[in-house]
Design a binder for this molecule. Structure first.
Ligand code: KIV
Length: 281
């Protein structure tokens, strides 16, 4: 069957058919192109950009301009996946008008199909305003890196009955507000199962066990390109850092030992005469 662009109704239909949804992050053209070729359903330009690409300590400093710059590069590569832009901290937290304007920039300037918003106490109001303006929204609950300070850092959330109940309520509120899917980050597997069974819209888990409708990972964690910190839930499928380091060391060695460049990587002139001619000229 000929491949066609994935739409939001396709994502909803996948839940109905119990077909697992795959999502990965991308921040540049080459990775986005590979992820799209691998037929991943959703590409998220996550604000994890701040950690894995820009070298910040957290996602908090990431700006709209940084997000848009990277999202535009991703857009140029993506032909089939649904493209979701992650709204950075404070781009949707203050006024409804600025939340709508910033969400609109992801769609109009960067070519996204939807935006993602991390949960905060005023999140429902902002989510409704953005959806009413015609922009599809993906929710995000559980461990929400933009506001972890409130919860005492990077911890699994929903381990006790009270927070578990709160997270179930948040998920229901987001569905009622019109979200087309919800990311569940770092919550116990049984809680993710309960939320997934309660909702009509798909859940996409990260550190939330196997029962969500789909799974997402930060690509740089998965391919071993982010070594500062590796959460328990990450499966590393390849260690690219090691391979790249080996290649760089080899380059240095070969230059020093005059093994590179060889004739194969050099330009030559066949006739001595033509060299003389161009020197005279
Ligand atoms: O920013 C990000 O990469 C995310 C994923 C962890 C879902 O929000």
């Amino acid at each position: 069957m000929e491949r066609r662009k994935i739409t939001i109704p396709d994502i909803l239909e996948m839940k109905r058919r119990k077909q697992k949804i795959t999502m990965l992050t991308a921040y540049d053209y080459p990775f986005a192109s590979l992820i799209d070729q691998a037929e991943i359903d959703i590409i998220l330009v996550g604000d994890s950009l701040g950690n894995v690409i820009l070298g910040y300590d957290s996602t908090v400093p990431v700006t709209m301009e940084e997000m848009l710059h990277h999202t535009k590069a991703v857009r140029r590569a993506v032909r089939f996946a649904l493209l979701v832009g992650d709204m950075p901290f404070m781009s949707f937290n203050i006024y409804k008008e600025s939340a709508i304007r910033n969400a609109g920039r992801f769609i109009k300037e960067a070519g996204c199909d939807a935006v993602k918003l991390e949960w905060f106490s005023g999140c429902i109001e902002m989510t409704k305003a953005i959806i009413n303006s015609g922009i599809p929204v993906m929710g995000h609950i559980g461990l929400t890196p933009q506001t972890t300070a409130q919860f005492g850092g990077f911890k699994v959330r929903g381990k006790d009955a009270e927070t578990a109940k709160k997270l179930i309520e948040e998920a229901i509120l987001l569905e009622e507000a019109g979200c087309f899917s919800i990311v569940l980050e770092c919550i116990p597997d049984r809680l993710a199962k309960i939320i997934t069974e309660k909702l009509k819209i798909p859940t996409i888990g990260i550190g939330a066990g196997p029962f969500s409708d789909g799974q997402v990972l930060v690509t740089h964690d998965m391919v071993g390109l982010f070594e500062r910190f590796r959460p328990k839930f990450v499966k590393q499928y390849i260690n690219l850092s090691l391979q790249i380091l080996e290649a760089i060391k080899k380059f240095k060695e070969e230059v020093i030992q005059e093994k590179f460049p060889t004739k194969e990587h050099s330009f030559t002139i066949k006739k001595k005469k033509s060299l003389k001619k161009s020197a005279e000229f």
